[in-house]
Design a binder for this molecule. Structure first.
Ligand code: MN
Length: 252
């Protein structure tokens, strides 16, 4: 018991020293987790997503995931994990509070990154464009497939464009705040883009019209950032190595 305490305490000192040395780096990835800032003002996403929806979505919904995640992790063996480490850990995710809120924090952080008002959007990279053509035919076919995944998700969840461990692009959908990094019985991969299809993402402006909201989200996708995410995912062999390819189920 005492030895465990000393070890933990030494580790905490080491973490503290690192914090002082690499302050800027640690602020981003270390617990407690914090709410990211939106790259643009709430009203800049209008008319596609109204300012009030953006503000409530970030400061109420996302903030709640951050608060509840910090609360759920406190005093657990995972209280010094990075967000990715939590999302990849099966025993951490056996707690619904950790699973829902870690997913909620990760998913929304990614969503804010890939949205931009028209005037601020950058172009898709030649590399990603080529890969989309190879995997889906063209960007419009990808749009159809992503929207289909988003429309057929019953209740709340997300539609994703991911890079699989085989380094292929794929469209998947997850329920609630799950995501394709998690060790679930589904196609896994590194998320490149994600679309929130919870009603809280669109109800004020679009009520039950999820299809209209999806058309609007497509107007806000910043393909420059999505291209950067694709590039980083391809280079992140360490993370990909931790996502095992989906095991084939035995017949019988
Ligand atoms: Mn949301």
């Amino acid at each position: 018991m005492f030895r465990t305490f000393v070890l933990k305490s030494t580790m905490r000192h080491a973490v503290l020293s690192l914090f002082l040395l690499f302050n800027a780096v640690f602020v981003v990835i270390a617990q407690p987790f914090t709410l990211p800032k939106l790259p643009y003002a709430y009203q800049d996403y209008a008319p596609y997503i109204d300012a009030q929806t953006m503000e409530i979505h970030l400061t109420k919904h996302h903030q709640a995931y951050v608060n509840n995640l910090n609360k759920a992790l406190k005093g657990t063996p995972y209280d010094d994990y990075t967000l990715e480490d939590v999302l990849l850990n099966k025993s951490a995710l056996s707690s619904d509070a950790i699973r829902n809120n870690a997913g909620g924090h990760y998913n929304h952080s990614l969503f804010w990154e890939i949205l931009a008002p028209k005037a601020k959007q950058g172009a898709i990279s030649a590399d990603l464009s080529k890969e989309i053509n190879t995997s889906f035919g063209n960007l419009d076919s990808l749009k159809k497939e992503l929207n289909k995944a988003a429309m057929s998700r019953f209740g709340s969840g997300w539609a994703w464009l991911i890079l699989t461990p085989e380094l292929k692009l794929a469209v998947v959908s997850t329920a609630n705040q799950d995501n394709p990094l998690m060790p679930l019985d589904a196609q896994r991969g590194i998320p490149i883009a994600g679309i929130d299809v919870w009603e809280h993402a669109y109800y004020l402006n679009y009520q039950n019209r999820r299809a209209d909201y999806l058309s609007a989200v497509w107007e806000l996708l910043n393909w420059q950032i999505i291209s950067e995410k694709y590039q980083k995912a391809k280079e992140n062999t360490a993370l990909m190595g931790r996502i095992a390819p989906l095991k084939k189920k035995k017949k019988g």
